[in-house]
Unconditional design. Sequence first.
Lengths: 598, 425
Amino acid sequence: MPKSRSRPHPLEDGEPLTVNPVSVERGRFAFSVWDLLAAVLLLGVVALLAAGSQGVFGSLKELAAAPISLDPRHLPGYAARTTLRMLVALVLSLLFTFGYATLAAKSRRAEQVLMPLLDILQSVPILGFVSVTVIWFLALAPGKVLGAELVAIFAIFTSQVWNMTYSLYGSLRTVPRELIEVADSFRMSRWMRFWRLEVPFAVPPLVWNTMMSMSGGWFFVVASEAILVGDTEVALPGIGSYIEMALKRSDLTAVLWAIVTMLIVIVLYDQLLFRPLVAWSDRFRFDRQSASAAKPRSWMLDLLGRSAAVNAVAGRLGALMRRSFGPRRGAPPRLAPPPRPTDRKRLRSRRVLVDVVWYALLVGLTGVVGYYLYQYVGSALSLGEGLNTLKLGFYTLIRVFSLTALASVIWVPVGVMIGLDARLTERVQPVVQFLAAFPANLLFPLAVWVIVRYGLNTEIWLSPLMILGAQWYILFNVIAGASAIPNDLRDVGANLRVRGWLWWRRIALPAVFPSFITGAITASGGAWNASIVAEVIVWGDEKLEATGLGAYIVNATEAGDYPRIILGVAIMSLYVVLLNRAFWRPLYERAARRYRVG
Amino acid sequence: MLELVGIHRSFVRPDGSDLLVLDGIDFTLREGEIVGMLGRSGSGKSTLLRIIAGLLPPSAGKVVYQGKPIAGPPEGVAMVFQSFGLFPWLTVLENVQLGLEALGLPAAEQRTRAVDAIDLIGLDGFEQAYPRELSGGMQQRVGLARALVVHPNILLMDEPFSALDVLTAETLRSDLLDLWQGGRLPIKAMVLVTHSIEEAVLMCDRVLVFSTKPGRVTADVAITLPHPREREASEFRLLVDHLYTELTDAVAGERRVRPPQPLAAETSLHYVAPGLLVGLVETLADEPYRGSADLPDLADELRLDVGDLFPVAETLQHLHMAQLSGGDLRLTAQGASFAVADGDGRKKLFGEMLLEHVGLIGHIVEAIRERPDHLLPIERVEEMLSETLDPESAGETLHTAVTWGRYAELFSYDDRRRQLGFEDV
């Protein structure tokens, strides 16, 4: 039911004002201790980049000559390499996001292709991408480390870019109409409008999404540094390769060292990059309520803000940007008059005609690609193989489902209890966020050690690894949902003495249901992705394996069996797409409609 | 300064037919005057303002500015928006500079002009504040400064005070008038869209009254009272009364000539809460009105603005419970018997009137009856409405029909199953 439109909220003139004091102009270029600190940090980043990029352009032979060492003294260097890959992937993701999302948001025809494509792309398991493309990347720079670096970067890229693209596209499509009218009435150029209106509006959700998808990035950078496809075996210097080596040698101490290093790296990344970004992007938030809510803070941003040199550079850049905003060149913008009824029929039929041609092209292209894929896969594999893969996919499906359910049974009650306690929430939420960012595959060796030690059934006991990293999304979202339950509702519950199971059934569970579904969707997606890592694990000479589609893809990848890789990846994408369409999306819509609070 | 010639504007309904919003508007804006555009929602006055601003093209006709027809936002026309339209990520100063940036002026000139505009509008000291730190009144001052800083010839204002509380709006109005009277504004003429009659009489030199569906100019009333104008002065009250009459006639317009037709099933409905309908009927029936009231008095007593009162009065008219004419609202025989009936009696009467006069309600009841299980998925009604109405008014129409029907106990609605039926769950 649509609610009747509400009038704009009347704003009182009497409300207390909090106003920034007009800033006193500081003496420019007078260096202070803040400048010194900023300079040191900046130099640190530059040094990291330099150290990290060493050997990127070297040859694979040199790399093979210096295998990964389990000596913890090498870990800082490895961590730097891994971090650098993350940064490069982040920049590439941003570039892709700006291109793809902007095109999709501005052109109707592009949108018709790009958005469904994005939906499929984000359903493809990330390591599946890597398996399929690794040879191509290696061939880009034959015999060089660069090719292998590109593979690892591509894995991180695919793990975060779809999310970011959705976010930017969504924002660009929901820029408030009134602000667009303001931009039009000032005759802003497209360039100015993009940077003054559209991008600022999109920044907060984009930063948030980027941060949330970084966790996937850590997971896959660890999983993709040690590449093994057919005869090609490369171990890029990095934390992922380090842990891979530790697994091969069954070295538990080395595993622990890697875990500690990763913890430090994630904390630094958060403090030096994402906290400042989140704090900075808060000013672009459009909703008015944020005035009262606690503003995110970052010591790093404060430090940069106090440095006169940084301010001077930022001011210069701003001025340069503003200068580019001048009046539109060329003819002034023209409004196309709305078509007359007589013309409209003609115009519409022309549009339909172009649409038909466009769709025909698309269908044709899809058909051709599909045919060749079918030829390629079909010539090597029988129908029985296809059915077998479907069956394996079903096993993995059962794992994903039961684990998502199990994680929900555990974390929903915990999340509700935490979320209802505001002070606890404040303390726990950053921790959960951190846990979600920690690549769970670093913990696999510990689990493997336990399984081997006690001889547990791998079909069952490897499964929890799939949800290890993804479960935190459920907790995170449920906490957020529970802390948003209006006080009125809680008071009513207390007033009517609603307690025990009735309280859960009538108040707590319905209130957190929509946010729980959001978390469960993310968790289930994460579990599918993790199945490729979690269904096959090597520990020393032993190989632990569970029956499932993830293991199928891993084995095909190790054998360099491309028809099977493509088949496995395609079937897994199919499962994910169908599950999203037939199960999660309807459930989400139902939840959003029925259990919306407020 | 600016001339509108035969402006028509229609929007395309989802089924491809035309919805005429503005029907043949001719009008000339002269230098030195403030012109008010008065009408209730749906009269197309905001659409017209956007056509003047070059934000929306007319379907037919032209806007002539400085001797040339416009083909986009013209230079020298600035606009003030109902909900301010400030960029929350820019400070007051940066917001005000925005239009100058778009013109590509040198940074130093941008700054001086912006600071001047901020001083003029009484915001000095707040240059570095962000909009969210300001109250609504101050935000709209920023909106004004931002429009004035580009030194426009014409200032367009789209209900600029309606998002503010009464006192704040009054202060801002008189500040703006003082600046205008004192010749301190860089502008040569203003156009003010409003649905408040008093605001129009207070500020304007000329008021155009708009009819609804489609919007036409039904009266052009000159206001020559000297400034400052006193709301309590008898001339002022006389003008307000006069405009009320013009406005009711514009609204009732053609319906006075032929009696109101039952609303066809696909006509859009404007949402009015049943409680408000009952309240208005009771007030009308009671002392001191005894079945007939002057609209300004009624609006005063109910503390409603004309924009809020008309939909209620009009709905009563559609339901044949009251009659609008000449600025008066008169209770009909049915209305009177509704007023004296008890709870159940009222529901029964209301239901009868709905079935008789609101096509959609009859259609829904019929459709439920035709279903073998007497349960109608609401999607059926949604689909029917979305053929002829845009999504927003289709939603409002459906919401209205379901609320009224439920109130009259003509049918029930189960939101979980999204079904209409006769049984209460």
